[in-house]
Design a protein around this ligand. Sequence first.
Ligand code: ADP
Ligand code: FBP
Ligand code: MG
Length: 343
Amino acid sequence: MARYGILTSGGDCPGLNAVIRGTVLQGTTVHGQEFVGFRDGYRGLVYGDIRPLNRLAVRGISRNGGTILGTSRFGPYSEPDGGPENIKKVLERLEIDGVIAIGGDGTMAAANRLYEDGIPMVGVPKTIDNDLEATDFTFGFSTAVEIATDAADRLRTTGDSHQRCMVLEVMGRHAGWIAIYAGVASGAHVTLIPEAPETLDQICRWVTEAAERGRGPLVMVAEGFTLPEMDDAYSDKGLDEFDRPRLGGIGEILAPLIQERTGIQTRATTLGYIQRGGVPTAFDRVLGTRFGQAISDVLADGDWGQMVALRGTQIERVPFTDAVGHTKSVPLDFYRGARALFG
Ligand SMILES: Nc1ncnc2c1ncn2[C@@H]1O[C@H](COP(=O)(O)OP(=O)(O)O)[C@@H](O)[C@H]1O
Ligand SMILES: O=P(O)(O)OC[C@H]1O[C@](O)(COP(=O)(O)O)[C@@H](O)[C@@H]1O
Ligand SMILES: [Mg+2]
């Protein structure tokens, strides 16, 4: 019986457990496959740290956030034990015929490199940021948008009561998907995304317009937003494990600038990791389950080097290389449509 290992790598994301469950259910009931889980992403693969994954182990997990396998930003080529030769030996010793990597762009880049180095790899894309070009939507995004929208709705009532401007910073790295969806959903008076720098003057004009109508202005800002005079997205938290700046903090920068220029009391809230935690929406559970089922079919076909993706309403297969290095930005006409209603 063919036996496969599943790992989750990179930032956690609501819907990961639905993928694990979908894969195991489809694999065991339709294709007669067996599964194990690697603990903590590529670390588990490099060190052969596995746990059994059968039907019982995945019972009821779709409704839980996080990942039952644990995750990390450990690189499969990390010295001293990483690299394809070691990983081949690990897979032989554990009698594992292939690996499913569930992760974002970084995880897929690593999976592609391993695949090119002879390891049988397939992939499932994940990120709350929805910024992977290869797929129309990623699971986790819908949950993050719901949480951000709920937070915005709550800020509206306190902002309205105090006639204050409320700034809400959401995640998304260099893409504004979470901000633009939550901004439109909550009727934010201004939504600021990395794809479309706006001047402080313009932001303050919109804030003032809303305040003049008696509203507590709500400003939704993506962590990657920059003012025209900024060279890079704001970051004061150092680098992550892969040497990328950890973003966050632009909301706290903007709030006093808006207050100073408009004279309107302004408060900032950074939503942070709340966006990635807790119960996934039905949409994310369904997408995760379908991705999981589809990747089990990919294994059955031995279609190595492929990743599943949502195209329209269909789940399709695309090569890893389609997912790597292509960031999906918010289209400017989408932004312009939202912008027409700012203020
Ligand atoms: N080009 C690459 N080659 C090898 N390993 C990589 C590469 N890019 C990322 N990785 C590994 O994959 C991990 C997960 O990637 P990361 O971008 O942090 O998360 P995500 O997969 O969620 O986007 C990284 O910490 C790194 O160890
Ligand atoms: O977990 P970390 O390293 O603090 O990363 C925070 C980043 O992870 C995210 O939540 C999701 O990013 P990935 O899906 O690429 O891991 C970003 O929105 C945020 O900037
Ligand atoms: Mg990434």
